[in-house]
Design a protein around this ligand. Structure first.
Ligand SMILES: NC(=O)c1ccc[n+]([C@@H]2O[C@H](COP(=O)([O-])OP(=O)(O)OC[C@H]3O[C@@H](n4cnc5c(N)ncnc54)[C@H](OP(=O)(O)O)[C@@H]3O)[C@@H](O)[C@H]2O)c1
Length: 271
């Protein structure tokens, strides 16, 4: 099937911190559970683990959607493509499904066109099926799309969960056909303390994390939760079977606190 931003598997597995043998085992559990989308990054140091886990799973390369992100240190002129080739080697593949710019260059040290043009070149060379960005604001998305011309920004990955709904940015992405990937989709396991979410979870005999993920899927987003524990990897996956009512969704919309967790001083402010 030809992939586009509309058919990226909605349930992905994040691989931040999934390092070494323990990391490979956790990623394998995810693949055995049914996750068919793995999210890594040059900065996580988990590309090799992802490659190993896919190999060991015995799944065909085409059955697993693979995303990596270009590190800040690889945005400069002439740096992006060699870094992406190294990622492909780490992952033991010839082509990424999705390559993202991990962050806009801190303090604009490298001008946006320098790395967005290299991203387009990587696509033209066949190193990645789709291109996208992460932690990009509306203004940066507009600037990047102008540079890319006909090549769509397939995806923007940013912090989004019931406590940080990032509504302006998510709605801009939706209206312009950019798929949204939620990172910190389960707010690192603290959602059971939110009464409205705890109540919905109890009513559906679900976990607060499943409720958060089901909310994100109902909104049309992709989510990439992670865990080091097999039981949680499996239970989070069951969110794909949970359907929330319109009332549940409206109630979750009201718990948004704009509570940002990932906030480097050089990162852009959210819209
Ligand atoms: N683009 C970016 O800049 C960016 C930034 C941050 C993250 N990401 C991506 O997003 C992925 C997910 O983000 P994240 O790992 O920060 O946050 P997360 O997925 O929201 O939370 C993961 C944490 O929650 C715990 N957890 C998992 N399932 C749980 C459950 N059912 N109940 C209670 N606690 C649970 C895990 O601990 P245990 O291991 O103990 O289960 C882990 O510490 C990352 O792996 C990475 O791929 C991208």
């Amino acid at each position: 099937m030809k992939l586009n931003q509309d058919n990226i598997p909605k349930m992905g597995f994040g691989t931040y911190d999934r390092k070494g043998e323990a990391g490979i085992s956790a990623i394998l559990v995810a693949l055995e559970t049914g996750y068919r989308h793995l999210d890594t990054a040059q900065d996580y140091g988990t590309e090799k683990e992802v490659g190993q886990a896919v190999q060991r799973s015995g799944l065909d390369r085409d059955d697993v959607f693979l995303t990596t992100k270009i590190a800040n240190g690889s945005l400069g002129k002439g740096a992006l493509i060699p870094s992406l080739r190294e990622s492909l080697d780490n992952l033991q593949i010839d082509q990424l499904d999705l390559t993202l710019i991990h962050w806009p260059s801190p303090n604009n040290a490298i001008a946006l066109p320098v790395y967005i043009e290299q991203l387009a070149e990587a696509h033209a060379m066949g190193l990645t099926r789709m291109v996208g960005v992460s932690n990009f604001t509306i203004a940066l998305l507009k600037e990047a799309q102008t540079i890319l011309g006909d090549l769509p920004i397939a995806n923007n990955q940013f912090e989004l969960n019931p406590l940080m709904q990032n509504k302006n940015l998510a709605s801009y992405c939706k209206n312009t056909g950019i798929s949204v990937t939620c990172y910190l989709p389960i707010a690192r396991g603290i959602l059971g303390d939110v009464p409205a979410i705890a109540e919905i979870a109890a009513r559906h005999d679900a976990t607060p994390e499943q409720v958060a993920l089901a909310f994100e899927f109902a909104k049309g987003y992709i989510a990439i939760p992670t865990s080091s524990k097999a039981e949680r990897i499996c239970s989070n996956f069951l969110a794909t079977k949970l359907t929330l009512s319109e009332q549940d969704i409206s109630a979750i919309e009201t718990v948004d606190r704009g509570q940002r967790v990932i906030d480097p001083e050089w990162g852009p402010d959210w819209d």
